[in-house]
Design a protein around this ligand. Structure first.
Ligand SMILES: Nc1ncnc2c1ncn2[C@@H]1O[C@H](COP(=O)(O)OP(=O)(O)OP(=O)(O)O)[C@@H](O)[C@H]1O
Ligand SMILES: [Mg+2]
Length: 216
């Protein structure tokens, strides 16, 4: 690892240490910034590990730029270094949607907005692929989407249904008492953006995924 990065980790504030990465709050040319560094995983073959980490770094940076270009709410990308598996972005203050829902600081209106954002993403042919309430920050002016390293390009409603499936399951497991109301809010926003026809198609694919999981 580059010595400068070691220093960032040593001097910054660690916000999260996930399965894949360490996320550190530290300044970047005087701006509050988030350094996401994908660290080697010992249990993976070194070549495969390096390829995966680089690919996810590339995906994260590329999708952040595309979404920002389209005017969607994501942190501004400051810097990316594929060799170091590093992505530096704007620091977005605010709780995760998960915590905000638990504390009653966010409600259906935030989830409805997230539904609109997800439909816009799909309209651009992008799948988030890890759409959970932990991967959304509730900022002052609304939800901001993060954690785009698993995202991929697809215009196929079957793939769009993956995001809906992951999100629905997240509501059921993390927010069980609110899950029906929040799911309806999400679909309301989704349909508002995607239209009735596209929403129906994706929901059909969602039902198909669910029945496969049940019977296979
Ligand atoms: N731009 C940001 N501004 C503020 N906080 C952030 C930002 N990016 C990440 N965080 C915080 O760090 C946590 C982890 O970030 P992220 O979800 O991107 O990584 P991860 O879940 O470890 O990712 P991966 O699944 O790719 O390993 C987030 O849940 C959030 O609390
Ligand atoms: Mg995450």
């Amino acid at each position: 690892m580059h010595p400068g990065l070691k220093e960032v980790i040593a001097r910054g504030r660690v916000l999260a240490r996930g399965a894949e990465s360490i996320v550190v709050l530290h300044e970047w040319f005087g701006l509050d910034a988030v350094y996401k560094i994908r660290l080697p995983r010992e249990y993976r073959h070194p070549d495969l590990d390096s390829r995966l980490r680089r690919n996810r770094t590339r995906r994260e940076a590329r999708t952040l730029v595309r979404l920002a270009d389209a005017g969607l709410p994501v942190p501004t990308l400051y810097e990316a270094d594929v060799e170091e598996c590093l992505v530096v972005t704007e620091y977005v203050p605010g709780p995760s949607l998960r915590d905000a829902l638990e504390e009653g600081e966010a409600g259906p209106e935030h989830v409805e907005e997230l539904g609109r954002i997800a439909a816009s993403l799909h309209g651009m042919g992008i799948v988030h692929n890890d759409l959970t309430t932990s991967n959304v920050i509730v900022a002052d002016d609304g939800p901001v989407l993060i954690d785009l390293g698993m995202s991929f390009d697809s215009g196929d409603p079957k793939d769009h249904a993956i995001d809906l499936r992951v999100f629905e399951r997240c509501l059921e497991s993390s927010h069980p008492s609110l899950s029906d109301e929040l799911w309806r809010a999400f679909l309301r926003g989704y349909e508002e953006e995607a239209g009735e026809k596209r929403t129906e198609t994706v929901l059909r694919e969602l039902e198909r995924i669910k029945s496969q999981v049940r019977y296979v």
